[in-house]
Design a protein around this ligand. Sequence first.
Ligand code: BV8
Length: 235
Amino acid sequence: MRIVVLTGAGISAESGVPTFRDDGGLWEGHRVEDVATPEAFARDPLTVQRFYDARRRAAASARPNPAHLALARLERRLGDDLLVVTQNIDDLHEQAGSTRVVHMHGRLDTALCEACGARMPVPGDLADDATCPVCGARALRPDVVWFGERPYELDRIDLALAACDRFVAIGTSGAVYPAAGFVLTAAGFGAATLELNLVESEVSLLFDEVRHGLAGMLVPAWVDEVLQAIGPGTP
Ligand code: BV8
């Protein structure tokens, strides 16, 4: 059974990482245009760098919750037949043990040099305007995909969506494209689709099945169901 899982900020909420659009979410206090666009970065780089430096510091103390751990358990059984596509820029899937993870909107722990394109582990707060270790330019930015920028690894994602038997979205509001449209792509290729979310999302109607609740409860239960259905792996 081939499965593609799309995760959003809701899967990290129980780990203490704020979501974007819930009450008290990240965007409050910041208009999206003020921090998550190339124009905002060009206009006021320090504000944008500080926004991501604060999120990086907050994410450093976050730990995986049962939802992340359940997906890692599922990967141990399914191997290459499971792909996790995350919109999140934290590393909680990796901390939980998942290895097959696509960060389509980038990662907090990586910096990107706008001058030479090099990527590297973030050398501390980017607001300190460190120089690129490769080309020496003071041109490091967060390696995240802002609005208007092309998400990463879309070709790989599209191939996985076309080949999967099941598509499951976890903890995402369905507010941002192209991620919000993945359910239609998967369904168009015959996949069964399931949404696991706290409340109705903007695309719930596009799913075969929707379950409402906390990811920390819904995801382990769903993984148990799948493991039950496919039986024990070859030892
Ligand atoms: C692109 C950056 C071109 C890093 C982010 C008009 C119509 C359609 C599209 C557009 C349009 N105008 C512009 C666009 C395109 C635009 C877009 O979609 N805009 C929206 C606002 C309309 N998209 C883009 O610009 C994208 N790029 O289109 O390029 C292109 C495309 C294809 C090919 C070539 C070129 C780039 C989008 C990426 C933007 N960057 N983040 C960062 O700062 O993090 S987006 C940001 O919001 C996050 O990364 C995340 O991906 C995204 C969505 O947030 P969610 O993860 O869903 O989080 P949210 O808070 O919204 O929801 C959480 C959910 O969890 C809630 O439903 C809640 O109920 C639930 N929940 C909460 N707690 C729990 C829970 N569920 C379970 N358990 C819990 N405990």
